[in-house]
Ligand binder design. Structure first.
Ligand code: HPA
Length: 284
């Protein structure tokens, strides 16, 4: 009940600060060091997380903690710059607040980005990955507790979490831009510690191609509310059991800064394609 009240209060508060008639089509969640896409945004409102009633503050370096509303390549979007993680001690409901607010403000698409470690030995740091499916290893669910029937069903289907349509769009836009885009399964872990070699070996055995500490809570909440989801990872380190390398946050942010440029270009291109699609439909 509290989740519903907090969420609705934030929705009403944000709606009052958006230009009238502005309905977001997509929410975009930006991960660690991946804020670059905001430069291309034709911004109509900037709101810091601190201002929003009921919003937690993000505590991680590289997370600005602000919501931008605007048009990206013509598509009306809400950009959540900085996110909340379970490992910071936030509840699943706090982690998902922005996604739920976006859906209630009218967004039907979620583009979620993150920095992840590469488990597939053929992947390289600095490359991008489109998430085809995930394994939720956090031990949590954003849907535990009383179901809010207005938001979605008690037992939402998870057989096709990441939209094939958006995946195809991302692949074709990446090809057009000459950006290499891997595809694979994302394992979402609680963190904040990185994996031991034994854990990395286990993740690979479980069928994961990349691993990170975010995304799964938000994606589950988005699917619950019927949003179409595109997940894009920026591979920032190799995570291989037989040649484990130390990972530092500085390194993650540095690689994300470079690969983040490619990610931004791709997100912008996907937004442009989606905006064009809307225009095409209007012309029919
Ligand atoms: N493991 C877990 N989370 C991560 C990693 C990793 O190797 N890299 C970036 N986030």
């Amino acid at each position: 009940m509290q989740d519903r009240i907090t969420t609705q209060y934030a929705v009403d508060w944000i709606r009052d600060r958006l230009p009238s008639g502005f309905t977001p089509k997509s929410a975009i969640v930006l991960g660690t060091g991946l804020g670059d896409v905001t430069h291309a945004l034709d911004t109509v409102a900037t709101i810091t997380y601190q201002e929003i009633p009921g919003f937690p503050r993000s505590t991680v370096e590289g997370h600005a903690g602000q919501l931008l509303a605007g048009r990206l390549a013509g598509l009306p979007v809400l950009v959540w710059q900085g996110r909340f993680h379970l490992y910071e001690g936030y509840s699943p409901a706090q982690v998902c607040l922005g996604v739920r607010v976006s859906a209630l403000l009218g967004a039907t698409i979620l583009v979620v980005t993150n920095a992840a470690g590469a488990l597939d030995p053929l992947f390289s740091p600095g490359e991008l990955l489109a998430i085809t499916d995930h394994v939720n290893l956090t031990g949590k669910s954003s849907l535990a507790g009383p179901n809010i029937d207005d938001w979605g069903p008690r037992f939402p289907d998870m057989s096709r979490v990441y939209s094939q349509r958006l995946l195809d769009l991302a692949v074709s836009e990446a090809m057009r831009l000459g950006i290499r885009l891997e595809r694979g399964v994302y394992a979402g872990v609680l963190g904040p510690q990185l994996e031991t070699p034994a854990e990395t070996r286990m993740l690979r055995l479980l069928g994961a191609d990349a691993v990170g500490m975010s995304t799964v809570m938000e994606v589950i909440a988005a699917r619950h509310m019927g949003m179409e989801v595109l997940g894009l990872s920026c591979l920032v380190n190799k995570n291989l059991p037989d040649c484990m390398a130390e990972v530092t946050l500085d390194e993650v942010i540095a690689v994300a800064g470079v690969a983040g440029k490619k990610l931004s270009a791709l997100v912008e291109a996907v937004a442009g394609a989606l905006a064009g699609e809307r225009a095409d439909r209007r012309e029919e």
